[in-house]
Design a protein around this ligand. Structure first.
Ligand code: 5GP
Length: 118
């Protein structure tokens, strides 16, 4: 899916139409706890605005955005005390990866031994 739906769940969270447990905010990103956590700590980091719908929609010009997302995720992982034990960063793309929200996002997972990637 490449067409951005301005009423997707994350757009509504950004507009505070849906409440979220935010753990981080800056002028470019917000991060909040996933409503269905897959690990003891499971946070979703999203850009503000109308970003690409997912990894497949990225263009070369989005490289700085993705770089800043990963660096911001690192900062959040440290804030949540995940940095010493470790954590996983996941971008889902498309049906086989289980992508359900088409507003690019980075999952930050940790708080236990996570095991194999898939
Ligand atoms: P995806 O599966 O698209 O990579 O990730 C979407 C994530 O958003 C899922 O892990 C899902 O649990 C989470 N999610 C969906 N709806 C809500 C919501 O209303 N609030 C929060 N906090 N997370 C949500």
């Amino acid at each position: 899916m490449t067409t951005y739906d301005p009423d997707n769940i994350f757009a509504r969270i950004l507009r505070d139409e849906i409440p979220s447990d935010r753990v981080y905010e800056d002028p470019e990103f917000i991060a909040f706890r996933d409503i269905t956590p897959s690990a003891p700590t499971h946070v979703v980091l999203i850009p503000r605005g109308q970003p690409p719908t997912g990894p497949a929609a990225l263009e070369d010009s989005d490289a700085p955005l993705i770089g800043r997302m990963i660096l911001t995720a690192k900062q959040i992982a440290t804030q949540l005390d995940l940095d010493e034990a470790g954590y996983r960063l996941v971008f889902n793309n498309g049906p086989d990866a289980g992508q359900t929200v088409f507003h690019i996002h980075l999952h930050i997972l940790g708080g236990k031994q996570l095991g194999p990637v898939a």
